[in-house]
Design a protein around this ligand. Structure first.
Ligand SMILES: [Zn+2]
Length: 332
């Protein structure tokens, strides 16, 4: 294969990441009319700038990866997440720990309420440092956690005595054995999300439930902060979707939406980080005020909130699947 970008995946739409040589072709609907909507800086890791393209036909926003040959995983925030797992220091981390603690309980209650179960088998894909897996295990759930970062798997083992699996091990799991699968803020980070959704479909029981949390590209705070909205989180987030597109993608892969709701603390955290990105003074105070404003403004307008959690139920797969993208090996 010649120098440049290799196209690994061709069986599914959204299997391919875009690069600067073919940026205007939407990887989902194949429209050629996508346009550059923003240039965002990776404030967390590299300081590099990345372009966002938006498809006017399907509304997908996608990060154009630089043609450096570097995989997005290189930019992962592993150390950042591990640091957040430690004892909190500083006001922002203390606030984060309080919010995380509340949200863990809230997720547990949501899963209990939606499934009507007080235990079962749960697959937590992209489990990070393991707080969610741990609380579910403490409440009678048999949890299998998938995490690609060795450091985070190690953290989970030492902190919670919870052993996670790497992504390769996922292929060895038995089909139809999980009552629940969870994707907490990881769907947009994976190169091949349709392959991931199909894999989770196979692993769930016939009436299995999939929980997906994701930032909302159509949120009020995204519109306000534009290029500096922390929810873009380039280049780690490759795919940025609004609620209707997420539902559409899920439906095409055999899931029907049962429920969706706001993640109430995300807007505050995202606004604080966005204020920092803008180098405003008093970013925490400003972010909390701005977050409160958008929190109140999105009451009754859940599809304009900063992040949502979607609940999907597995149904029979639609017979007629979207026509596959053509097999090709594009190079620079
Ligand atoms: Zn499109």
């Amino acid at each position: 294969m010649t120098r440049g970008v290799r196209w690994y995946y061709f069986c599914n739409p959204m299997a391919e990441t875009q690069n600067s040589t073919n940026a205007s072709e939407c990887p989902y609907c194949k429209s050629g009319g996508a346009f550059e909507m923003a240039q965002c800086t990776d404030h967390m890791v590299s300081g590099e700038r990345f372009r966002l393209y938006r498809c006017p036909d399907c509304s997908l926003v996608y990060t154009v990866l630089n043609n450096s040959g570097v995989e997005p995983g290189t930019y992962d925030k592993v150390q950042y997440r591990i640091t957040l797992g430690d004892k909190p220091r500083g006001l922002l981390r203390r606030l984060y720990h309080v919010a995380r603690s509340i949200m863990l309980r809230r997720k547990l209650k949501l899963i209990t309420r939606i499934t009507g179960r007080k235990g079962g088998r749960l697959l937590n894909y992209g489990a990070a440092i393991g707080y969610f897996s741990s609380i579910m295990e403490d409440h009678n759930w048999k949890v299998v956690s998938i995490e690609r970062s060795h450091e985070e798997r190690q953290f989970s083992l030492e902190m919670f005595h919870h052993r996670m699996m790497d992504e390769d091990a996922m292929n060895k799991l038995r089909k139809g054995t999980f009552d629940v699968a969870t994707l907490w803020h990881v769907l947009g980070n994976r190169k091949n999300i349709t392959e991931l959704i199909d894999r989770l479909y196979d692993l769930l029981t016939p009436n299995g439930i999939l929980f997906v949390a994701a930032p909302n590209s159509a949120s009020l705070d995204a519109a306000h902060y534009a290029d500096e909205w922390a929810g873009w989180d380039v280049p780690r987030h490759i795919w940025h979707m609004n609620p209707s597109l997420i539902q559409k993608v899920a439906k095409e892969h055999g899931f029907v939406m049962m429920h969706r709701e706001r993640l109430p603390f995300d807007v505050f955290y995202i606004c604080i980080l966005s204020e920092r990105n803008l180098h405003h003074i008093f970013p925490i105070t400003r972010g909390l005020v701005r977050g409160l404003y958008y929190h109140l403004k999105s009451i009754g307008h859940v599809d304009r909130s900063s992040s949502l959690v979607y609940v999907f139920r597995k149904i029979e797969r639609p017979r007629k699947r979207r026509r596959s993208a053509s097999a090709s090996a594009k190079t620079e």
